[in-house]
Write a protein that binds this ligand. Sequence first.
Ligand SMILES: [Zn+2]
Length: 392
Amino acid sequence: MDQQTVQSSRFGKSTVFFKGKQLFKPLPQKIFWLVGCAMFYTNIAIARENIQVSTNKNLLHWKMTWCWTLPCRNERDIEYGVIQARNLGFNAMEWSQAQAEFPETFVAVCRKHKMESYYCINPASEIKQQLLPAEDNFPVSSQAGGEPPDPDIGKVISHKRRRPCFNQEDARRNAKAVVDKAIKLGFDGIALDFVGYDNLHGCYCASCCKARRDYIASHPGMAAKEAENRFAEECIVKYYASVVAYAKAVKPAVKTTCHIYPAFMPDILYGNLLPVDYCGQTVAWFFKPHWKFEKIKKYSEIVVRDENKYHAHSIGTPFIGFYCGGGYAKDRKTAERMRQEIRIIKDAGAKGIQIVELGHILADKAVSRVLAEELDGSPETIKCINVPQMSK
Ligand SMILES: [Zn+2]
């Protein structure tokens, strides 16, 4: 599965890797025995990592899911998705296809089921991001915009197309137009995504290069590399700040959230700089190798500890990824791992959480049950969930 396919699956209708395949068929009995053995060894692996989690700490009150694979053909599909998200315990939701095709229906169904609705905003500009010349031959990260397994800068998220440069006047103008639209449609909030760099550290288009030179020149006491990274980070923060300030000016009650993506390698957990109400920072990404529990604990604690370092109203919301279909079957996390990841987040004292992707979660009944149990949903409804056919 190449990275471009990953990205096109997030927002487009062309989830090519599913191709309408029946992903989950009834399993023969003996498979359950094998699954049992696998779970036994997984538990041993968890014990070996020696993470102690309590089972009674739970401050979570804002619980968001993102959706981009459930079918979305009519009001019935939308009702199904929203109700199941509610059964899993979520109370906030973004659904790319629903906002594109049936936004009023999505808002109305969310309101009916006491689910906050979020309109996703991705940067849009005539100017595309540019890599450094040497990066044209860099490998594509196996983590699809997540943190590469090693800490080195030296990966790109794709070579097939460049994302828009968000450090442009038209990018801010376009985002504000989307904010107007979302508020007019009655969405409870906006959710920013894809505000990051193709090479995980900076844009080298002509205008960014000029602005970077000016920045370095105006910071003579700062090492050039440090100034370069600070400039890149400030570009991200400025984009968020302009969009969030505009949204709050138009409608003070509108809520703001984000999913930090692609990762920014010079300062991975920079989310506390962003003036959003609920800041989604990755603490456990989708793909193998699954992150060690120690790392999930460390990241979760930082996300929570630093949530008000710069913005008193912000709530740090650790973000967990779960994929299990098509080309990602090999990346499926066990239900027990999902429980452990959520409990680590609860133990960190998080008041909010984000878990994606809804269609993949619902396709795994054991994982769905764990979420319903851990997020105070309705575990008894999970047995009635029909495995959804993912959108093509
Ligand atoms: Zn640029």
